[in-house]
Every structure is written in C-alpha cells, then in structure tokens.
Design a protein around this ligand. Structure first.
Ligand code: NAP
Length: 304
C-alpha cells in the first residue's frame, strides 16, 4: 500500500487529503517508482480546480512531474536508447498521480537521473523544462534575435530565457521587481510586467520573437512592436492563440532525450533550475497553496 494525495471534488488546495491505495503491478512498458520528489505545476492546480475539465472518476490523484527509484519493471520497459530499465535505477520524468509514495510511470516518459542532480530538482523538471524546450522549438531564436519572454522568472519562463541566451539571442524577460536580480544573474534583461510594457520594451530595443508563459501582455506588446505572429508562442493565454494567430507550443519536443539533456545541463551547472521549497506529503495542501500564489522563484516540490 502507498500513501497518495487524493481529492473527491474540484476546488482549492483544501480539497486535497492523504489516502492509502494498493500499488498496481507495472504493465508492459511501465515501471513502479518509489517517489523521491514530485514537482507541482499550475496545470495540476487547474485540473484540481476544474478549470481544465476532466471526466476521470473520483477520488482523483494529482501530480505529473516525478523523480524516484525503480521498484518493479514491466515487460519491455526500456530507456529511449533501448537499454532495459532495472530495479534500483534512479530516474526522472512524468507519471500521472505522482504526488504519492509510489506511482506507475511509462518508460516512454522517463530518463536516467544524473548522480549529481539532486532528486528534488529532478522531480520538478519534466513539465517546466520540456515546455520551455517546446516553446523554442516552435519559435527558434539565435544570434541576431531579441526575444521577449513573458513570465521569465516562472518555472517555464526561467528555463526558456536561459535556453534563448544559450542560443545566442539577446533576451528581455518580464518579472516582478523582486525577481529582476535573478534574471540578470543568467544574462536576461528584466522589465516589469503590466501597463506600459510595450513602451518599456521598446526603450530597450526592437524585439524579434515573443514567448509568453503567463497571459496576454507580452503578446500584445509583441503585436504593438511589429513582431510577426509566427514569431510568437503562448502556453497560458489560450484565447490569444485563436485571436492573434500566435503558436501553441509544439508538443513533439517533450521527449526523454530532451529531458536527459536538460538534466545534464543542470547537473553540470550550465542551466539554473531553482527549487523554491520542499514539503512533506502530509503538507500537500500548503504546497499547492504556494503554487497557486504563483510568484515563487523556483519549483514547489513534494518530497514524500
Ligand atoms: N500549454 C502548456 O503546455 C503548458 C505547459 C506548462 C505550463 N503551462 C502554463 O504556463 C503558465 C506558467 O507555468 P509555470 O510553471 O512557469 O508557472 P510558475 O512557475 O507559477 O510561474 C508563473 C510566473 O508568472 C509570473 N507572473 C505572474 N503574474 C504575471 C503577469 N501579470 N504577467 C506576467 N507574468 C506574471 C510570475 O512572475 P513573478 O514571480 O516575477 O511575479 C511567475 O514567476 C501556467 O499558466 C501553466 O499552467 C502551460
């Protein structure tokens, strides 16, 4: 049996409670993980709150990001390079219902965890890291580009901003004042989001691409400053995709191979991926309250 975070109705973090469930045997191509860390995402909150509809039966589990230890292996479960996954392997990736002591994961969503990568960092990487990669596959930037990243101190935005800098682009990122120093520390020029954003950005130079991870304002600034819609991508302003004709992030880049590359970059210090706070499983309500407050510079992670 394992302790897991569950909810019986949609609502705020307070609907979550800890229950016990039987551990399933992993089927073909799957493994059973002992969860070492489960990073939380706004997506989990949107599902729990009912803002993203789901017809999954109650009680529902919560979470997706995960890092942990393989405890059982189903037939044919292999890494992307074809090597069989073995009991005792340390992995990171994605598994539905990861906020728990144990969870079943598909081998197709797992990579090996580098030894130097702390488990609580690895446990929050899949969604934020691979969404950032997806944004820059959709709208590639490089030398000669000036990219505006909306929400650049957030989980997705902070990785996207660093990947854009590494690709040779000049990067301007929107954030609250208290996160400006953080952005400067990775080579990003900070601007405050909100009213007048387009003017503040224009004062810094001509932008050529926009990645928006929060809402409309970076996209609206891009339109006003003459960025073609095919050079803009949005992951949270769903209405803007239809209204403005900007891109959704390309999903094909969400692969274990890209995850392993991000994990190596963080382990080697080429990419900064902060953890804001860790919480034990019993404090899952407080952990999600911190996610919903949405301003932590870094991931909120449950360590069961
Ligand atoms: N479509 C997809 O595939 C996909 C995938 C992943 C995430 N998402 C969505 O993308 C969004 C961001 O996810 P995340 O994990 O990066 O969230 P996060 O870590 O909670 O970061 C959110 C960031 O938004 C910034 N922010 C708050 N108010 C803002 C405003 N008015 N204008 C601009 N930025 C503002 C905050 O910056 P400060 O702290 O500096 O105030 C914060 O750092 C969420 O809505 C999430 O659901 C979508």
């Amino acid at each position: 049996m394992s302790r897991v975070a569950l909810y019986d109705r949609t609502g705020g973090p307070e609907v979550l409670y800890i229950g016990e469930v039987a551990d399933p045997q992993p089927g073909p191509g799957h493994v059973l993980l002992r969860v070492g860390a489960a990073g939380l995402n706004p997506f989990d909150s949107k599902l729990r709150g009912g803002f993203i509809p789901s017809d999954a039966p109650f009680p529902r589990r919560i979470g997706g990001d995960v890092a942990g230890t393989v405890e059982a292996v189903g037939d044919g479960a292999r890494y992307a390079d074809g090597t069989p996954i073995a009991v005792g392997d340390e992995v990171l990736g994605h598994a539905n219902g990861s906020v728990a002591e144990r969870v079943v994961a598909s081998a197709s969503e797992l990579a090996r965890r580098p030894e130097q990568l702390p488990v609580e960092v690895a446990g929050g990487l899949w969604v934020a890291g691979l969404t950032a990669v997806s944004c820059l596959v959709t709208v590639p930037v490089g030398a000669g580009d000036t990219a505006l990243i909306g929400g650049a101190a957030g989980g997705v935005g902070f990785v996207a901003a660093q990947l854009a800098v590494a690709a040779g682009a000049r990067v301007i990122g929107t954030a609250s004042e208290r996160n400006h120093e953080l952005l400067r520390s990775v080579g990003v020029e900070p601007v405050t989001y909100g009213d007048g954003l387009a003017d503040r950005v224009a004062a810094l130079g001509q932008i050529t691409a926009v990645v928006d991870t929060h809402g409309r304002d970076a996209l609206d600034a891009g339109v006003r400053l003459g960025v073609p819609v095919e050079r803009m991508v949005a992951i949270a302003a769903y209405d803007a995709v239809g209204e403005l004709g900007v891109h959704n992030a390309e999903r094909a880049a969400r692969t274990p191979v890209n995850l392993a590359k991000l994990a190596d970059d963080i382990a080697a210090g080429r990419l900064v991926f902060p953890v804001a706070a860790t919480y034990p499983l019993d404090e899952v309500v407080a952990a999600f309250a911190a996610v919903d407050a949405s301003h932590a510079p870094g991931k909120i992670v449950v360590v069961p």
